[in-house]
Design a protein around this ligand. Structure first.
Ligand code: SF4
Length: 428
């Protein structure tokens, strides 16, 4: 096992590691005390900006730039929301933090609120996360009891209240504007932008939305400084990244790796390689909305945003799926399109109708009833969404579909010609 730099996971996960006592025993809430007692809000934002940290939810937007838009002393009410609605298939690293280090998130949120001048913040959590809910509720109770949240935190003039809001499990509620609609008690419909949410967000007030993992870097940055953070990872992608890995891999789970770690070394050395000694067929590097890469494309490929982009994919949400030789890509695309079709909220015609058409076309190919021209029809419909929809779900369905057809068109042609899978139709 490679000796990775350990930060977020620098404590052993035990029966009690989610508790305040365990978190404090390793210096927890020290960064909050430092920020409140010795830094101005603008100093905190500058440290975060200088660290170069990028969002971990998928878009990789610089966190400091987002915070800079919200001026703590502009006389407006501000809000912060932690996006804990992790719903991308294959992505489960935020849940790891919620279950094992809920105080890390709470400390980070209090520091973020101090920086942007917010006094009320929300954790928007996927409704299915029951253990996460219990752990976060327990942590909230402990933090309020210890004066780490609430009025006059740690005896300073700063007050901050955190409310846990549970979603009902819609994928679009993980999209920032859909999340806000849901917190406001409306249907979780994504909204057209502009205006940016940092200008008019929750209840039309300036609102910062950060992903759970993104926020969880903040205490370390405040404790150690921006320069130390930049010393990890690569110049364009500083720091470390949580990666959840699943699929045909010997040791699935959540790993913290420095940006720039070669993808093949990660799979073979750290995660034990492909199950059953099979050859690697492909990798979905960052959640199913990122384009699939075949085995030869990942050899020596550094896991950072610039390198993955140059390879024609993305590090996305950090949810890596390993696909072994023998897996049927027609069946895999069928499962993926069922998901997108089901999760389309229906506001935009190209997404509502397009995901349905794509799903139906692949369904009939997988049933051995593909019609002449179906593969090109699928590609054509995949492009319907390009730039025409309110949120990224429509585009993502198209990217994922075109990505698989680009690399595995021969498997679809075989299915069309013979009415059955070249790989036995297996996903196992
Ligand atoms: S792209 Fe799809 S999911 Fe997103 S708002 Fe439009 S219909 Fe809803």
């Amino acid at each position: 096992m490679r000796a990775f730099e350990k930060r977020l996971q620098s404590f052993e996960v035990t029966e009690t590691s989610h508790t305040l006592a365990a978190y404090r025993s390793r210096g927890g809430y020290g960064a909050l005390a430092k920020a409140l007692r010795s830094m101005k809000p603008a100093d905190v934002t500058k440290e975060v900006y200088d660290s170069g940290i990028q969002g971990r939810g998928g878009a990789a937007f610089p966190m400091g730039r987002k915070w800079q838009v919200v001026k703590p002393d502009d006389g407006l009410e501000h809000f912060l929301c932690a996006n804990a609605d992790e719903g991308e298939p294959g992505t489960f690293k935020d849940r790891w933090i919620l279950e094992n280090a809920p105080h890390l998130l709470l400390e980070a949120m209090a520091i973020a609120c101090y920086a942007i001048g917010a006094h009320h913040c929300f954790i928007y959590m996927r409704g299915e996360f029951d253990l996460s809910r219990r752990r976060v509720e327990g942590a909230l109770e402990e933090a309020y009891g210890a004066g780490l949240l609430g009025e006059r935190i740690l005896g300073t003039p700063f007050s901050c209240h955190v409310v846990l809001v549970r979603g009902a499990g819609a994928y679009v509620c993980g999209e920032a504007s859909g999340l806000l609609s849901s917190v406001e008690g409306k249907k979780g419909y994504p909204r057209n932008r502009p205006p940016r949410l940092t200008v008019r967000g929750l209840f039309q007030k300036p609102t910062v939305i950060n992903n759970v993992e993104t926020l969880s870097n903040i205490p370390w940055i405040i404790d150690h400084g921006a320069a130390a953070y930049r010393a990890l990872g690569t110049p364009k992608s500083p720091g470390t990244r949580l990666v959840s890995i699943s699929g045909h891999v010997v040791r699935p789970g959540v790993y913290e790796i420095p940006f720039g770690t070669p993808l093949d070394e990660f799979i073979y050395e750290d995660c034990g390689g492909v199950t059953g000694g099979r050859a690697l067929k492909a990798v979905v590097p960052g959640g199913i909305s990122t384009k699939v890469l075949v085995a030869k494309e990942i050899a020596g490929l550094p896991m950072d945003h610039a390198s993955l982009d140059a390879a024609g994919s993305s590090l996305g949400s950090g949810g890596m799926i390993v696909i072994a030789e023998g897996t049927c890509m027609v069946r895999l695309l069928q499962v993926m399109l069922r998901f997108y079709h089901h999760e389309s909220c229906g506001q935009c015609t190209p997404c509502r109708e397009g995901t349905g058409w794509m799903h139906r076309i692949v369904d009939r190919i997988a049933a051995g009833r593909g019609a002449a021209g179906d593969i090109d029809r699928l590609i054509h419909v995949s492009h319907f969404n390009d730039g025409t929809t309110i949120c990224g779900l429509g585009d993502a369905a198209g990217y994922a579909t075109v990505g698989i057809l680009d690399k595995f068109r021969d498997e679809f042609e075989h299915f069309m010609a013979h009415g059955r899978s070249r790989c036995g139709g297996s996903l196992a």
